[in-house]
Design a protein around this ligand. Structure first.
Ligand SMILES: Nc1ncnc2c1ncn2[C@@H]1O[C@H](COP(=O)(O)OP(=O)(O)OP(=O)(O)O)[C@@H](O)[C@H]1O
Length: 173
């Protein structure tokens, strides 16, 4: 690769947060298959299996508070363990969103059948995956989930909003 192209690729290199949600974690073979696919597309910088308290799930999804599905979402995300991954690669934020597909699995089965949500998702709530929606959101969410690791502290320092997260959420994730 020529030096200018290499510089361009490096400039677009990002890290994003992916969650493999509790419905997927219930099936170890599916988790293995999904992680193998992910490994072909991204560099996995961090991996952690987590079980949230209600307060942690509510803090992570605070932007959805008051929406009709909020209670269902929090119940789902506290129903069992999930896996958090820090995925790195060129334009990782948008690439992971593309790989995962849109929110609604049934709609994705028609519009984007190759997407992960089309193949593994169950319902609009139990849609098996999460992906940060922007580079700024990724920094905040990575700090939330990995703030106690070396790499997580770097994201935390890069994010002006990370300091607003409740300390308990970071300590016990
Ligand atoms: N209309 C809905 N009905 C039920 N659950 C929903 C609905 N919209 C969103 N959710 C749940 O809330 C999560 C967060 O909603 P958001 O709108 O941020 O979706 P997303 O950007 O597709 O997914 P995510 O943020 O998890 O990557 C969704 O992934 C899904 O689990």
């Amino acid at each position: 690769m020529r030096a200018t192209n290499l510089r361009r690729v490096r400039a677009q290199w990002e890290t994003t947060l992916a969650l493999l949600k509790p419905d997927l974690l219930a099936d170890a073979a599916r988790v293995r298959a999904v992680e193998q696919e992910i490994g072909q597309q991204f560099r996995v910088q961090e991996r952690r299996q987590i079980a949230w308290t209600r307060a942690q799930a509510e803090a992570f999804y605070a932007e959805h508070q008051g929406r009709p599905f909020f209670g269902r979402l929090v119940g789902y995300m506290t129903s069992g363990p999930f896996v958090a991954l820090a995925l790195a690669g060129p334009q990782a934020v948008s690439q992971w969103r593309k790989t995962m597909g849109g929110t609604r699995p049934v709609q994705m089965r028609v519009r984007n059948p190759a997407s992960l949500r089309a193949r593994f998702g169950l319902t609009d709530t139990r849609n098996s995956f999460h992906g940060s929606d922007s580079a700024e959101t990724a920094r905040r969410e990575l700090a939330f989930l990995f703030g106690d690791s070396k790499i997580g502290r770097n994201w935390e320092h890069a994010s002006p909003q990370a300091g607003n997260l409740p300390p308990s959420s970071r300590d016990t994730c």
